[in-house]
Design a protein around this ligand. Structure first.
Ligand SMILES: Cc1cc2nc3c(=O)[nH]c(=O)nc-3n(C[C@H](O)[C@H](O)[C@H](O)COP(=O)(O)OP(=O)(O)OC[C@H]3O[C@@H](n4cnc5c(N)ncnc54)[C@H](O)[C@@H]3O)c2cc1C
Length: 382
């Protein structure tokens, strides 16, 4: 087996990391097959921050221009005290950040991102309604079994199946993610409900026990979006996401600044998400199976970097596989050596939730300036 197109690569999960690694491997001449559990890719009504460390990967995939055209390009990130509104950090984005980091900072609708990422993969090799339920290694490769009774064979398997990863469960045994005791409320609201009022581009309002992050998700600023972090000691449901109650949401923000009250006054639909995480974990690969993204390192969303880490992982994995279609073991060790430290550090900062709160203590360069394509590689064991 020497031709790249002869290598049978199976990717489990067509989320952010799965689509990113598929398209980058395709660019290198590989022909990965992607297996996604959902029968239809339905865009989630939510927003996502895309910082320069990830927009440079989206550029390599070939979808950045399309996202710049539809997404919002914030002029700055503000941190403000929850009640007085005092600005504790004003970090310039826009042209200044783009020049400094060589790639733009965007805030976009997740549906727009999903459409572009899914569109970048070979549609003939994207298999929907294929929920992985088992895997078995044999002499001729790995057999993947799906809920519908079908199977597929692969030489290598990339587990990109998110926080409830089946691939991780098969490798490491069953272990539920940790509920952090916090809920994230998410909603997007049409701006025509605010009678011409303009919100700042991208603001995090900080209370000692809760927060709310507010930003535009469309280039024409037609929608404003927010995501919160609010204590909720016990998760009340079996499912990890459910329709919330706008009045209950508003109750959590009593006493917050008038700007937040105005924003929340127009909410008529809200989704409540359990915030889950896991501790840093080392077994990212075993034999021909390797994982990336939330399957390895789910984190609190408080830095807006979980998806970014999945996409960086995808790019580093594709870089390490590179031109060596026969020695995946070496490629996986190289990939792990170059990703575990960074993702553990981001998990740590996300857990602490103090990223970009104060001007004096904030230096985001180590996150934003990272270039996964040129970062000098650390060798395993170094
Ligand atoms: C409230 C909130 C706000 C966030 N905001 C941001 C942000 O601003 N910026 C940011 O970078 N990140 C953010 N994140 C984090 C980000 O959403 C995740 O880190 C990211 O989606 C992880 O990507 P992934 O590819 O690992 O997994 P996912 O994107 O979750 O994709 C996993 C895919 O695998 C599929 N799958 C699962 N199990 C199976 C199976 N058995 N068989 C086949 N397919 C399967 C799933 O259907 C899914 O399509 C946020 C998260 C939350 C909860």
């Amino acid at each position: 087996m020497s031709e790249k197109s002869d290598v049978r690569i199976a990717i489990v999960g067509a989320g952010l990391g799965g689509c990113a690694v598929a398209s980058l491997l395709q660019q290198q001449g590989y022909t990965p097959e992607i297996y996604e559990q959902t029968p239809q890719i339905t865009p989630l009504g939510a927003g996502i921050h895309l910082s320069p460390n990830v927009t440079r990967v989206l550029d390599r995939i070939g979808i950045l221009d399309a996202l710049v055209a539809v997404g919002s390009r914030p002029r700055e990130w503000l941190s403000r005290d929850w009640d007085t509104g005092k600005v504790t950090l004003d970090y310039t984005l826009g042209d200044v950040a783009e020049e400094k980091f060589g790639s733009p900072y965007l805030t976009v609708h997740r549906g727009d991102l999903a459409v572009e990422l899914v569109g970048a993969v070979d549609q003939q090799r994207l298999h929907l309604d294929k929920k992985l339920v088992g895997m078995e290694k044999g002499a001729g490769g790995t057999t993947l079994s799906f809920q519908d009774g079908t199977t597929a064979e692969a030489d290598i398997v990339i587990g990109a199946d998110g926080v409830h990863s089946k691939v991780r469960e098969i490798l490491a045994g069953p272990e539920e993610p940790i509920y952090t005791g916090h809920v994230a409320h998410r909603a997007m609201i049409p701006m025509d409900r605010y009678n011409g009022h303009i919100f700042d581009d991208d603001t995090k309002w900080w209370h000692p026990e809760s927060h709310i992050v507010v930003y535009y998700i469309k280039a024409d600023r037609s929608y404003i979006y927010f995501v919160t972090g609010v204590p909720e000691p016990d998760w009340p449901r079996e499912e990890w996401v459910y329709d919330g109650d706008p009045n209950e949401l508003r109750g959590h923000f009593d006493g917050y600044h008038d700007e937040v009250q105005l924003l929340l006054s127009q909410v008529d639909k809200v989704l409540n998400w359990a915030i889950l995480e896991r501790k840093p974990f080392e077994l990212w690969s075993e034999g021909p199976i390797v994982m990336l993204g939330d399957a390895c390192h789910p984190m609190k969303p408080h830095m807006g970097q979980g998806g970014a880490m999945a996409i960086e992982d995808a790019a580093m994995l594709a870089r390490c596989i590179g031109d060596q279609p026969t020695d995946f073991d070496a490629a996986f060790r190289l990939y792990i050596a170059n990703r575990q430290e960074r993702t553990a550090k981001v998990q740590h900062y996300s857990h602490n939730n103090d990223w970009l709160q104060y001007q004096e203590t904030s230096d985001p360069d180590w996150v934003f300036a990272y270039d996964v394509f040129t970062e000098p590689l650390v060798q395993p064991g170094d």
